[in-house]
Design a protein around this ligand. Structure first.
Ligand code: MGD
Ligand code: MGD
Ligand code: SF4
Ligand code: MO
Length: 696
């Protein structure tokens, strides 16, 4: 696994939190420097295409502001006064603090907090090994996947679906609640192949006219949180018009008659009122689906970031079963392939020493946890130490006012391991400098496709940067934490994990760069049965057993969830005080809070803006481009409005995630987002926010 500097263009993998997980070819100029980054041409999913952010990755790796040495806080918390210290001294200090806090307050007072800034299995998940060996508090990861994944699994019983490359063989591709032109560009490669090769129609369902919708044949702009209503009306019409596949449903689904009865009153008229769509739009889309066996539902994350998001994911997914699309190549549905890899991560995560009785706390509720909210603390004592890797909560987490109050606590010890001095790192006591993906070995899987890929170390890291693994090993030694995983190199962990999971050895993977793990057609299309014990697709989900995190029981209020697809009206609706519904949809040139440090991204995005319908602007007495303040019970945010026709009245969009400091008074968009716990298992409701809008 050595760097091969004599070879100019070398294989790697994009490590970012993006379903595309692109296979890369990287120009290595010398042992410290890269040039352009390309998509690997031979990889059948990446097919030579990467997003612009990563094509210009040299800007990020060789950024002048990269952290290269450890920092110790000199002034008050958050003061920005630092002293550079040697990395070994920094690790000594972190270990000393953690041991002190453990002896005074118990191991559960320490909260390792991480997410998916890198998607490498070793560097992302290794932190759990330290957690399990030491008995530190657990973190339940709710930012992203809990709502969509539970909704999908509720229907299929498995997180997998029709091969996304099959979109090239579809006749109708429905891109629902995702904006791939911004968030996972390769979806477009395969959808557009379908259009070119067979005249496939592309439909896009979103809450505003996105860059993806501009490329679609049909755009459906509905009100946020109303996808369940649209899905029900579409299914109602399929039953009504005789285009539902009754033979398929009889064989493969739990209770089609029950569903049909439930859908009787879910008419296009009913759905038009809820979604704000025209009845003809709903009828037209239903007719297209009804006429097209090879309809492919590409279901995204975005529409599930609503309090009813799991139910809406399940409702949209159910259309594919009503129409029987799964039987046809180029038909069916897909969200994520997490279920196909059968990883054994015992060594990486230290699962052999896991104590299930140790508390876990909700990632999205970090503000409440750090400010002592009893429910968020799950009945345990206060968190006295945070150790973070791969995430930037003082920017991306909901309820920013609480998050910042928490990080400002004088009695909280915070160590942040980062590549940049992020808004989270700025509050730390100790900051450790992290390697970037080209500077360490790791193993990756495609969420939006089906490849297992190797990302080897290609260049040397600057200064004293350490990989996540090396930092964990350094801390484990000092903390007396023993586990086999701490005595292995990343290359050995990769090899062991591959072998234990049935994917060969690291040497084999090195030769081929990636493994295509796509299950055979019949399995991927559930033609041998769905993932539930009875093999049936569930129109009527058992929400309690649909949890994708089975250790999390009774987290949200499952009893209150609808038994059948419907419009479950639990979103944060507009009211007299807050007349607008806001979504914080991802901007093209940022990736969560990453890339908002690179000059080209900042230049392209301009400034934080709120897209508002021109007639709403008129009603508010506001001009295009005017500065406004928007708010709700959680706080207020200042930004500029931009007149935008491609949104329903009463809906506003703030493309994200700008850093807090890009806003006039340092309050970013997540000030307004709630950390309430949606059923069934919690999850970030980043696009489910009501606000008022006023002149600033
Ligand atoms: N450029 C860029 N790329 C990214 C990211 C980024 O921040 N920027 N983030 C990465 C991460 S972590 C993830 S998880 C993925 C997520 O990628 P996606 O699956 O695309 O999910 P989101 O980006 O959250 O939202 C997608 C779309 O859902 C829309 N939406 C919001 N509410 C509703 C609704 O109620 N109904 C419907 N139909 N649509 C709705 C939003 O307007 C947005 O256009 O993208 C990854 N890629
Ligand atoms: N308003 C709004 N907020 C959102 C969302 C939204 O759509 N709208 N989306 C939500 C979603 S889906 C997600 S997933 C979260 C994601 O939010 P974050 O978890 O903050 O996401 P990233 O920006 O991907 O990564 C965080 C940090 O990881 C660091 N990092 C990368 N690689 C490494 C490494 O190898 N080691 C170490 N130590 N650090 C590394 C990067 O420098 C970066 O600062 O944001 C959520 N917040
Ligand atoms: S599309 Fe996603 S996976 Fe591909 S290069 Fe861009 S950020 Fe990375
Ligand atoms: Mo995410």
């Amino acid at each position: 696994m050595n760097a091969r500097p004599e070879i100019k263009t070398v294989h790697s993998v994009c490590p970012h939190d993006c379903p595309s997980a692109c296979a890369l070819e990287v120009e290595v100029l010398d042992e410290h420097t890269i040039g352009r980054v390309y998509g690997a041409k031979q990889n059948t999913y990446t097919a030579g295409v990467v997003c612009a952010k990563v094509a210009r990755y040299a800007e990020r790796v060789h950024h002048p502001d990269r952290l290269t040495h450890a920092l110790k806080r000199k002034g008050a918390k958050g003061s920005g006064e630092w002293q550079e210290i040697a990395i070994e001294d920094a690790l000594d200090e972190v270990a000393e603090q953690l041991l002190k806090i453990e002896s005074r307050h118990g191991a559960e007072a320490i909260w390792p907090y991480y997410y998916a800034g890198t998607m490498g299995l070793v560097m992302r998940d290794g932190i759990n090994r330290l957690r399990h060996v030491k008995g530190y508090s657990g973190m339940y990861d709710t930012f992203c996947v809990s709502l969509p994944w539970s909704g999908y699994i509720a229907g299929t019983g498995k997180l997998a679906g029709a091969d996304p490359r099959e979109m090239a063989k579809s006749d109708l591709i429905i891109i629902w609640g995702t904006n791939p032109v911004h968030t996972q560009v390769n979806v477009m490669t395969h959808a557009i192949r379908g259009r070119k090769e067979r005249g496939a129609k592309i439909v896009c369902v979103d809450v505003y006219e996105t860059s993806t919708m501009k490329q679609a044949d049909v755009g459906v702009v509905l009100k946020p949180g109303t996808d369940g209503a649209l899905a029900c009306a579409l299914m109602h019409i399929l039953f009504r018009d005789g285009t539902a596949d009754r033979a398929y449903m009889a064989k493969y689904t739990d209770d089609p008659a029950g569903l049909e009865a439930q859908l009787k009153d879910k008419t296009p008229e009913w759905a038009a009122t809820i979604t704000g769509l025209k009845m003809e739009q709903i009828e037209d889309l239903a007719r297209m689906i009804g006429e097209t066996d090879r309809t492919y539902f590409r279901l995204g994350y975005g529409f599930a970031r609503q309090r009813n998001g799991s139910a809406n994911m399940h409702a949209a997914l159910s259309i594919a079963a009503v129409k029987g699309c799964w039987q046809h190549e180029g038909g069916g549905a897909f969200h994520n392939n997490g279920g196909i890899y059968h990883w054994n991560k015992t060594l990486i995560e230290g699962l052999d020493v896991k104590d299930a009785s140790v508390r876990w706390m909700d990632q999205s509720q970090i503000g409440r946890v750090l400010t002592g909210d009893k429910a968020a603390l799950k009945g345990g004592g206060p968190v006295m130490a945070l150790f973070t890797q791969n995430t930037n909560p003082v920017s991306v987490a909901p309820e920013q006012e609480l998050v910042k109050q928490g990080f400002a606590r004088k009695d909280l010890f915070t160590c942040v391991h980062e590549q940049f001095l992020t808004e989270t790192a700025a509050w730390a006591d100790i900051v450790l400098p992290a390697t970037m993906f080209l500077e360490h070995d790791d193993l990756y899987q495609g969420g939006g496709h089906q490849h297992i890929m190797l990302g080897p170390k290609l260049i040397e890291a600057p200064g004293e940067c350490r990989s996540n693994h090396d930092v964990l090993v350094g801390l484990a030694k000092r903390l007396g934490a023993e586990h086999d995983g701490f005595s292995q190199t990343p290359g050995q962990l990769i090899d062991h994990t591959l072998q234990e999971s049935g994917w060969g050895t690291v040497e084999e993977l090195e030769k081929v760069h990636w493994i295509d793990a796509q299950p055979e057609f019949e399995k991927a299309h559930f033609l041998k049965g769905f993932g539930h014990p009875d093999g049936k697709y569930r129109f009527s989900p058992d929400w309690k057993s649909a949890y994708f995190r089975r250790e999390v029981t009774n987290y949200g209020d499952c009893e209150a969830m609808p038994k059948w697809p419907t419009h479950w009206d639990v979103t944060e609706n507009a009211d007299a005080e807050h007349p607008f519904r806001m979504a914080t949809s991802p901007a093209r040139n940022f990736l969560n809070s990453s890339f908002n440090e690179t000059p080209t991204s900042i230049e392209k995005e301009g400034r934080p803006e709120l897209y508002v319908h021109p007639e709403d602007l008129t009603d508010l007495g506001l001009e295009d481009g005017q500065k406004v303040v928007i708010g709700n019970t959680r706080g207020q945010v200042r930004l500029h409005v931009s007149a935008f026709e491609g949104v329903q009245r009463g809906v506003v969009i703030a493309e994200s995630i700008w850093p807090n400091h890009a806003f006039e008074d340092g309050r970013g968009i997540n000030t307004l987002v709630s950390a309430d716990v949606p059923a069934p298992v919690g999850g970030g409701t980043f696009h489910d926010v009501h606000v008022w809008v006023r002149a600033a």
